[in-house]
Write a protein of this length. Structure first.
Lengths: 113, 114
């Protein structure tokens, strides 16, 4: 069955380190998204991609970057981790740009100490 | 999987009762809406969706109502069960913004008392 997987499930890192969170989907969806989830904020969009070599900034993109070299993967990189980036990160993919078939991964809990 | 212990509005209902979860969305130009359920330790899961050309849509034990006049969305769960306990989010998609990603509400926690 098609799925979307995130790794690692948990990560603890130190301030200033570069961290990469992986997202892999086998739905063959062109559209992929990264969100963060924090107390009282629901899900906020970090970056998104509509296809290979396409990346776009979301509402809270500062300090993050993504790359899309193939359809299946959209890794999220924290260039220099900060305590404010302690959060739960969710990757999603969708069948259409309109949002139909929107499927989430199980999340990565990142703690920056 | 992961979840966040959000300080959310909480709706507490008795098992077997009907639940109504409300959501005020932000953009009158939004044309597609989705309700998600997030259980502890998991990512959000699709429940039901509705397009702006509709005002009601029914699924299995769930109904979504859309009132575009007041930008309000509601999720009705019939005969609520303990397994319905979770955080529920509404999400909207707004075209013509140059971006096709969902915008999420902050969520409501549903607690089902046995």
């Amino acid at each position: 069955d098609a799925e979307i997987t995130q790794s690692p499930r948990h990560k603890i890192t130190e301030t200033g380190r570069q961290v990469t969170l992986a997202c892999h989907q086998t739905w063959n969806h062109n559209n992929m998204f990264w969100y963060r989830q924090d107390l009282g904020h629901g899900l906020r969009l970090i970056h998104y991609s509509y296809g290979v070599q396409d990346t776009n900034k979301g509402e809270v993109s500062d300090g993050y970057s993504v790359s899309r070299s193939n359809t299946e993967d959209l890794p999220l990189t924290l260039e220099s981790a900060a305590s404010s980036q302690t959060s739960v990160y969710f990757c999603a993919s969708s069948e259409t740009r309109q949002g139909t078939g929107y499927t989430f991964g199980s999340g990565t809990r990142l703690t920056v100490v | 999987g992961e979840s966040v212990g959000l300080h959310l509005p909480t709706l507490s209902v008795q098992e077997g009762d009907n639940s109504i979860i409300n959501c005020a969305y932000s953009n009158s130009a939004s044309d597609y809406f989705i309700w998600y359920k997030q259980e502890s330790g998991k990512g959000p899961q699709f429940i039901i969706d509705i397009r702006s050309n509709m005002d009601k849509r029914q699924g299995q034990r769930v109904t979504v109502l859309l009132n575009k006049t007041v930008k309000h969305l509601s999720l009705q769960i019939a005969a609520t069960q303990p397994g319905d306990s979770a955080v529920y989010f509404c999400a909207e998609n707004t075209p013509h913004t140059g971006r096709r990603a969902l915008t999420f509400g902050s969520g409501t926690r549903l607690q089902v008392q046995p």
